[in-house]
Design a protein around this ligand. Structure first.
Ligand code: C2E
Ligand code: MG
Ligand code: MG
Ligand code: MG
Length: 287
């Protein structure tokens, strides 16, 4: 009896595994087809400083199916990483971002806009990643300091000296490097000190309850102070309320990104929002 139940359980498990494997295979070939059919688009989310001046944007990938429905990056990015599809997709993201920076550079109202793109660990580890970035920067003749690569602490699981070497190569091109989702990963202070970073991006999990949670306040204050003493910029992501923004300013964090300022938007809508912010922002006193 027990043996029979065991066998049934096993068969059931087999079936579930089989289903999971074929669902994954289906999603994988859908992903490949979607890329070939150009169903990916970059959306742009505005970043502002403490005086509401717009400073830049983050490019966020969207998979838009022919029927208009969206598949969230939280769902397809991990799969793209596993299957290696992130390599051609990631290359396309960098190309598209550089082409966009080139267009923005031609208009004085957007010529200082810096654009951040997300880079997955697997993409970063390619031997020719630096060469890819360099080629894109050259091809589109952009100011490299306006391109910011967002890396996550996942890259630090690799050999530290390889990581430093790859980052140094990127810095030599002139692009900026930001450490995304900061505080959720594994970076030790020892690592941080060695990496040629420009910015820490405080993860939204520390921002969410900032108004009420004393330990989150302490964490954000500490990250901000540490960033500044290491000469790094700091930006908070996931800022949704005026309360959160006020708390952030209170602990010294002066750059923000989140729904409070704008959602990730398609290009045309993003540009409209950018101009609204630019028009309303207090002007720097002319010399
Ligand atoms: P991320 O880089 O940490 O991006 C921030 C995420 O938070 C985005 O989710 C954004 O839409 C969302 N967000 C922004 N403001 C708020 C807010 O005020 N409240 C809340 N609750 N959420 C906010 P999204 O667009 O779904 O992207 C999820 C993740 O997918 C990204 O996290 C990034 O890790 C990855 N991703 C997106 N685009 C790319 C890409 O082009 N390449 C790679 N490798 N990864 C990407
Ligand atoms: Mg990011
Ligand atoms: Mg993030
Ligand atoms: Mg995040």
């Amino acid at each position: 009896q027990a043996k029979k139940a065991g066998r049934n359980a096993l068969r059931f498990f087999d079936q579930k595994m089989q289903d999971a494997i074929s669902a994954r295979a289906a999603l994988e070939s859908e992903l490949r087809g979607a890329f070939e059919q150009q169903q990916f688009e970059l959306y742009y989310q505005i970043q502002v400083d403490s005086e509401q001046r717009p400073t830049g944007a983050e490019a966020l990938l969207r998979w838009i199916q022919p029927d208009g429905s969206f598949i969230s990056p939280a769902k397809f990015i991990p799969l793209a990483e596993e299957t290696g599809m992130i390599l051609p997709i990631g290359k396309w993201v960098i190309e598209t971002a550089c082409a966009q920076l080139q267009l923005w550079s031609q208009d004085p109202r957007t010529s200082k806009l810096s654009l951040a793109v997300n880079v997955s660990a697997r993409q970063f580890r390619q031997a020719d990643f630096g060469a890819q970035v360099y080629a894109a920067v050259q091809r589109h003749e952009i100011n490299p300091s306006l391109l910011k690569l967002e890396l996550t602490e996942g890259i630090l699981l690799e050999n530290i000296s390889d990581t430093v070497a790859s980052m140094t190569e990127l810095k030599a091109i002139g692009v900026r490097i930001s450490l995304d989702d900061f505080g959720t990963g594994y970076s030790s202070l020892q690592y941080l000190k060695q990496l040629p970073l420009d910015q820490l991006k405080i993860d939204q999990s520390f921002v969410r309850d900032l108004a009420s949670d004393n330990s989150d306040q302490a964490i954000v204050r500490t990250i901000t102070a540490m960033a500044h003493s290491l000469n790094l910029d700091v930006i908070a992501e996931g800022v949704e309320s005026a309360d959160q923004r006020q708390q952030l300013a209170h602990v010294g964090c002066l750059h923000y990104q989140g729904y409070l300022f704008g959602r990730p938007l398609p290009l045309a809508q993003f540009e409209t929002l950018w101009h609204e912010y630019a028009d309303q922002a207090p002007q720097l006193l002319a010399g």
